[in-house]
Write a protein that binds this ligand. Structure first.
Ligand SMILES: [Zn+2]
Length: 211
């Protein structure tokens, strides 16, 4: 079956998409694969699908040409977040914290593998009329510090207490963003929290700071 695919010769972009489905639709790679095959495609167009609960599912093999962005399928990897439209099918950023955490981890992992890639949303390519993925991917990357390994430590405000924990917030939903905000690396935070699953962070959850 893999003989139907064309191996990709270069990888210049990681492209973030959405499935343009309502948040109540708990679908994944299986359903999208079926929709794309019904269009006559050989397989699902994306390489990865991130479900509402943050679970990452495999679409097309990572090393082959996908079908998700005009003019750039031969040099990009497509990642699709499930969701992205409201009840009237209008674009809406309604992705879950678990999805953003999983996206951060997947992008981080892929960037290690393909260090020179540009990471952007589908709509950031010239001539795209759609709003996919319903949020500003480049701004999100900048704000959350997905690719930032270190930052200047900030002075923690305390009244004589030793602050040992920080809280997961909507603005800092991933270990990467927390690390950037508080001047650590994501690896240091993970080491200090060996039992924390970085793909399952919840707003309000406390993260231990390294000693
Ligand atoms: Zn798209």
């Amino acid at each position: 079956m893999s003989s139907m695919f064309t191996v990709r010769k270069s990888t210049a972009y990681l492209v973030v998409h959405c499935s343009a489905t309502q948040p109540k639709m708990d679908i994944g790679a299986k359903e999208i694969r079926q929709w794309h095959r019904e269009k006559g495609w050989i397989d699902i167009g994306y390489h990865f699908v991130i479900r509402r609960d943050g679970k990452v599912e495999i679409g097309r093999p990572e090393n082959v040409v996908g079908a998700h962005v005009e003019n750039h399928n031969s040099n990009s990897i497509g990642i699709c977040l499930v969701g992205g439209v409201d009840a009237n099918l209008k674009p809406e950023n309604n992705f879950t914290p678990a999805q953003f955490a999983a996206l951060a981890l997947k992008l981080h992992e892929l960037k290690q593998k393909y260090p020179n890639v540009t990471v952007q949303g589908h709509r950031d390519f010239p001539g795209v009329k759609k709003d996919c993925p319903s949020f500003d991917t480049r701004k999100w990357i900048k704000d959350t510090g997905v690719f930032t390994e270190t930052a200047e430590p900030i002075k923690l405000d305390n009244d004589g207490l030793i602050i040992r924990c920080i809280e997961v917030t909507a603005a800092n939903p991933t270990l990467f963003s927390l690390a950037k905000r508080f001047g650590y690396t994501a690896a240091e935070l993970q080491k200090a929290n060996p039992f924390v699953d970085p793909t399952q962070l919840k707003v309000g959850q406390l993260i231990r700071l390294p000693d």
